[in-house]
Structure formats: structure tokens, C-alpha cells
Write a protein that binds this ligand. Structure first.
Ligand code: SF4
Length: 385
């Protein structure tokens, strides 16, 4: 899967350059992805990876497109199977979609309008020259295929869009939907993002996910072999989980053919069942120090080809209940980087990879090699921290 053919790569690079030359955009944007446009990521990709000790999404995109690429979030008016009764009601205990991105608070505008407004805002704020349409809110494959096609087509036809990312649940995908999404592969960068959160079914039940880890594996298996990159979402600090359980989730992920990951901190948002638990004193949240050490542990367990799309989570201040420290995203990210430096470690180190492996471009051969190594288990099971 995820083979980048020479012609596709050339097409993507040319598209990025064309966008850069055209100078059509003059406005801002919204994204909640930490690395798609991080102002710190200003070095060449290889140097960047060596410097940051993990494969950052922003650097990966620059390597692919030759320019700065930013995600633009879209609320396309979906709901999710965990809210509409298909699999459950009430949603995940932590979920308040108003915490995802500003546009989830509004009645969804047309996809084209959201993208053109978002691109304009991002252009005013950053030096981004190309954009990924990110169907973020709720489950973006939860609808008839014809409706999905119309929405995805609308996104790809917006000038400046060089990619699409579709966020969904692992129980919300099937062959027709994957066929539809894979059909856009020749047009640029293509990701599907599956929420796993935890490998442990006991935890998934406790947070009312209404799907199992086996369903996640099934979704990944169905997706592999197509020209779609797979990103997994996980959460650190879920109720009832200790460090060993959290690391187990990521060890299992490292054995699967995923291409990217978003690591989130469990945080409490208003108007959620989790808020009630927290106020009753039934929920212990991670401290900043614990979280930073855990993220470093997780990075050590992930093969170098896995793109780190996120390693923090926060919410708007008026939606966030706790912990306060997660509002200072820049500091948390800095602390994670400092922790990697302090340990003199890097992504994939526990699997036996050298730091130099992070400087190699992601290629199908490297990916297959790393997957084989990862499936053999950690070379150094004694993780620091
Ligand atoms: S986190 Fe996702 S799956 Fe869970 S309730 Fe919210 S939108 Fe639905």
C-alpha cells in the first residue's frame, strides 16, 4: 500500500509548485493539526528529522510537495454511528465536537466555502502554499457513497487543494467506500484516519467507543494494499490504563501497516460524561511530566516511516475543563523534544533503528523493511523513562 509512484510524486510536486507560482491565495485558515504548518519546521526534511528525532508531518509534506502544506478542516454535516444509534448513543465519553475545530460550532457551510475561507485564513497567517482538505468532524464515511463522492469531489475541485484526509471510525468503512476514496489517489496526498484510541477492549467499553480493537485491525487490513495512507488515532491517559497498557497499544500499532499516527492527551471537555466523572473525583489526569515521558516512550516504539501527525491535544479554553497545562501546546511540544534530547533517543530506537533512519525518505522498500523489523519485537525492551 501507499506506494508513491514516480509519476504520482511528479504530479504532486508539480501541483504544489503551480500553487506556489499562482499566488492565488491571500487568506488564513483553521487546522488543529500540530505539524502541518508548524512555524518551527523550517529546515530541510532530512535535517529536520535528524534535529527533531521523529518524522514530523510538516517535514514529510514539504519533502513530498516541495512547499509548505497545511490542513484545512471541514465539517461536512456528518454524525457518527456512536451517536445516531447505529452502534450506540451518547457518543464517546470524552467527545465534544466543539473542541475539535472552530467550524464544528457552526451550521456547516458548503465544503467549497469552508475550504476557500480556510485557505484564505491560513495564507494570511502562514507561508503555506498548498492544502489538504481534512474531513474532520464526526465520521466522514458515515453516509451513502453518492453523498460522499459529491462532498469529496467538491473538496478536490477547490484550487490549491493537493490532498484529502478523511477522519472516520474503523467500523464505518467497507469496500465501496474504500474504492471511492482510493479513486482520488492519483490526484495527490490521500489519508484515511481511523480512531482506535486504545488497543484494550475493556477501555474501549469504558469510554463507550462501541467498537473493538479487532474492528480496527479489520479496517486496516481492508485498507492496506490500496493507495491510501493510514493514520491511527490514540489517546494517552484513558481511564483505567497504566503505562504498560498504553505502551501495549502502540506496540500493537507498530506491527500493523499504518503510515501515520496522531497521539492525543486525554483532556476533559465541557458537557461530556467525562466531565461528570472528573467533577466527582473519579478521574485522574496525567501530569505534563507524565505525558511528556509517555510520548517519548511511544515514539521509541514506532518505526521511522510512521509520520507523526500529532503528539498533543488541546481544546478551546471555553470548552476545556482540565488539565490547564495542555493549553500551552508550544511548551508541551518543546518539552517532548527536550525529553528526546535528554534521553538521547529517537523514533524507532526501541526497535533497533538508528537515528539516521529518520532522515531517509519514506519509500515502499523502507516501509516493508521497517514493518518486518517491527514485527520481530523491540530490540531493546527496556524502554527508558
Ligand atoms: S469521538 Fe468520534 S466516534 Fe466518538 S462520539 Fe465523537 S465523533 Fe463519534
Amino acid at each position: 500500500m501507499q506506494l508513491i509512484s514516480g509519476s504520482r510524486r511528479r504530479h504532486a510536486l508539480n501541483r504544489g509548485r503551480a500553487v506556489r507560482r499562482s499566488g492565488r491565495y491571500n487568506g488564513p485558515g483553521t487546522t488543529s493539526d500540530a505539524f502541518a504548518g508548524n512555524s518551527r519546521d523550517r529546515l530541510l526534511p532530512a535535517v529536520d528529522a535528524m534535529k527533531t528525532r521523529y518524522r514530523a508531518f510538516g517535514a514529510y509534506l514539504r519533502e513530498r510537495f516541495g512547499c509548505r502544506v497545511h490542513k484545512v478542516t471541514i465539517h461536512a454535516g456528518f454524525t457518527c454511528p456512536n451517536r445516531d444509534g447505529t452502534r450506540g448513543t451518547g457518543g464517546c465519553t470524552f467527545c465534544n465536537n466543539n473542541g475539535f475545530s472552530p467550524n464544528t460550532r457552526l451550521e456547516p457551510a458548503a465544503v467549497r466555502e469552508q475550504l476557500t475561507d480556510g485557505i484564505a485564513r491560513i495564507r494570511r497567517r502562514t507561508r503555506a502554499e498548498a492544502f489538504i482538505a481534512y474531513f474532520q468532524a464526526y465520521s466522514n464515511t458515515h453516509g451513502p457513497v453518492e453523498r460522499l463522492k459529491a462532498l469529496y469531489d467538491e473538496a478536490w475541485n477547490v484550487p490549491g487543494v493537493v490532498g484529502m484526509a478523511v477522519g472516520t471510525r474503523p467500523d464505518c468503512i467497507d469496500e465501496p467506500r474504500l474504492e471511492l476514496i482510493a479513486g482520488y489517489a492519483a490526484r495527490g496526498e490521500l489519508w484515511i484516519e481511523y480512531g482506535l484510541q486504545s488497543w484494550h477492549d475493556r477501555t474501549l467499553k469504558a469510554i463507550n467507543r462501541c467498537h473493538t480493537a479487532a474492528e480496527f485491525v479489520r479496517a486496516v487490513e481492508m485498507t492496506r494494499g490500496r493507495d491510501i495512507r493510514i493514520c491511527a488515532h490514540t489517546i494517552l491517559g484513558l481511564p483505567g490504563e497504566d503505562r504498560a497498557m498504553m505502551l501495549e497499544t502502540h506496540r500493537r500499532l507498530a506491527d500493523l501497516p499504518i503510515d501515520g499516527i496522531k497521539i492525543h492527551l486525554l483532556h476533559v471537555m465541557r458537557d461530556t460524561p467525562l466531565e461528570a466523572d472528573y467533577r466527582r473525583g473519579n478521574l485522574r489526569l496525567l501530569s505534563q511530566e507524565e505525558y511528556v515521558r509517555l510520548v517519548a516512550d511511544v515514539l521509541e516504539l514506532l518505526p521511522p516511516h510512521v509520520v507523526i501527525q500529532r503528539m498533543h491535544a488541546d481544546a478551546p479554553a471555553d470548552v476545556l475543563v482540565a488539565p490547564d497545562w495542555c493549553l500551552d501546546k508550544a511548551r508541551v511540544l518543546d518539552d517532548i523534544r527536550q525529553e528526546l534530547v535528554r534521553r538521547d533517543t529517537w523514533q524507532g530506537r526501541a526497535l533497533g533503528f538508528a537515528r539516521e533512519d529518520l532522515a531517509r525518505p519514506v519509500s515502499p522498500r523502507q516501509r516493508a523493511f521497517e514493518a518486518a523489523i517491527a514485527s520481530r519485537g523491540p530490540a531493546d525492551p527496556e524502554i527508558k523513562g
